[in-house]
Design a protein around this ligand. Structure first.
Ligand code: TYD
Ligand code: MG
Length: 450
């Protein structure tokens, strides 16, 4: 039966523990733990009583998805919105979360039925202004500026919308919880209530969540466990391109990305993004290498740039934009140890053109080449791109879906690509595309840098 359990949470970072702690093991804050409101453990409402049943007796779920009106958003969701799902959209302030969701809300209001857009962030006038810019003035789009979740639930039950948008979860509160809005306990309680609403009443819900400066949603990982899908909006403020990435999806694949550009009239879809992220350059230059990466199921060609310069006194600097710093450090260590590049005395700066973030491990090889090319002051051979993960031994390891990468590389006008040796031997040829197989990182550097 349902049993309440008491837990304690750090008010600084949201770390949750079964007992009170003097110092938070996650963020190091002192005396930051407070008792959380007890969480009722209960079965999903509306679900049949749980008894063990043969898997073959369970009726298949008919996943009738709602198209969002945006091919890119559909792709990230795995082919549209699954009814009664609970989806979290996270990202930095100002990245475009409200713009995306208001556009979606207007589309569904036009095509399907009433949509309830709840905002605790902006006034109704501000939202109307945005709706004018976006061409989202639709009668069935209902705005509700409210932060009391009980009233939101009441309105949702009354309207029975085909989509409920909560902008943002950090502004909502339930009276049963004494912590302030945005605190871990409130965020958890509100999300639990929305989950109940989504599953119990079948109300499809999108929740906006702000990201803290450390990059974690308030109440780290907490929301991610409760929702069906988590989409993160990424991009640099000054750059118009925005990448929407699925980091969790119970109804589709993760790491799927959608690409948008932020323009005067809202977010425009970018169905063929590779071209955007490549610099149109007649001649290759030292320190720049094209990576044939795969983000989700989509091949994406991007340029990785590196600058290697002699370090001043003190520790050498390592700066990574668009790639994981720990990934860069590993690649530098492998270059030092396995390819004999003396990088310990150098500052290394890495940037991915266009503000894209690469999570594909197969970006390693291009990253290594960019660094070595800058170090040597020699440009990689013309028209080459690379893909392959680098192991600690210096071996170039196979990458996922090489065929997709080759096709995209060729279609963007490249005539040569470096790929892991094992895959080079087994893949069918693409006429016009030279495939260079490489076994180790040293081997790759000899081939492209001479
Ligand atoms: P917004 O959706 O409010 O961001 P978030 O909800 O994630 O905080 O978008 C903020 C930025 O987008 C803002 O700086 C203005 C810009 N913008 C446009 O360039 N064009 C538009 O049509 C709209 C609505 C916003
Ligand atoms: Mg907003």
């Amino acid at each position: 039966m349902a049993r309440a359990r008491v837990r304690y949470a750090c008010q600084e970072c949201g770390y949750s523990a079964p007992k009170w702690l003097g110092r938070c093991p996650e963020c190091g804050a002192w005396n930051s733990f407070i008792e959380e409101a007890p969480v009722e453990r209960e079965a999903c409402p509306g679900a049949p009583p749980a008894v063990p049943r043969p898997v073959t007796d369970i009726a298949p779920m008919a996943l009738e998805r709602m198209p969002t009106g945006s091919g890119e958003l559909d792709r990230v969701l795995g082919g549209g919105i699954v009814p009664a799902s609970l989806v979290l959209v996270g990202g930095d302030p100002g990245i475009g979360k409200s713009t995306l969701l208001l556009t979606l809300a207007a589309h569904l209001a036009r095509e399907r039925g009433p949509v309830l857009y709840v905002s605790g962030e902006e006034s109704a006038q501000q939202i109307r202004l945005r709706a004018e810019r976006l061409g989202a003035l639709v009668e069935r789009l209902l705005l509700f500026t409210e932060t009391d979740l009980a009233l939101v639930e009441e309105a949702a039950r009354a309207v029975s919308p085909c989509l409920l948008v909560i902008d943002s979860i950090q502004t909502m509160s339930v009276s049963s919880c004494s912590s302030p809005p945005g605190s871990v306990a409130q965020v958890r309680e509100c999300t639990a209530a929305l989950l109940k609403l989504a599953k119990g009443e079948g109300i499809t819900t999108f929740i906006v969540g702000h990201v803290t400066k450390e990059g974690a949603l308030a109440g780290p990982r907490l929301l991610e466990h409760m929702v069906d899908a988590v989409l993160y909006f990424e991009g640099e403020g000054k750059n118009a391109y925005r990448v929407l990435r699925a980091v969790k999806n119970r109804f589709g694949s993760t790491n799927e990305i959608g690409v948008f550009s932020m323009e005067e009239g809202g977010l425009r879809e970018v169905p063929n993004p590779s071209r955007l992220f490549l610099n149109e350059r007649a001649e290759p230059v030292p320190g720049a290498m094209v990576v044939a990466s795969l983000e989700g199921t989509r091949p994406l060609l991007v340029e990785v740039q590196a600058l290697v310069s002699p370090a001043g006194s003190g520790l050498p600097r390592r700066v990574a934009q668009g790639v994981d710093l720990s990934r860069l450090l590993t690649v530098l260590a492998v270059l030092e140890k396995r390819a004999g590049l003396p990088l310990a005395g150098c500052d290394v700066y890495v940037n991915v053109a266009g503000g894209v973030r690469l999570v594909d491990p197969a970006a390693d090889l291009g990253l290594a080449i960019a660094v070595a090319s800058s170090y040597a002051g020699r440009a990689p051979h013309a028209a080459s791109a690379a893909c392959g993960e680098i192991g600690l031994t210096g071996e170039v390891l196979s990458c996922a879906h090489p065929q997709e990468r080759l096709k995209e590389t060729f279609s963007l006008g490249f005539r040569q690509i470096l790929i892991p040796g094992r895959q080079a031997r087994t893949l069918p040829n693409i006429p016009g595309l030279g495939i260079l197989g490489v076994e180790t990182v040293g081997d790759a550097l000899r081939q492209v840098l001479g």
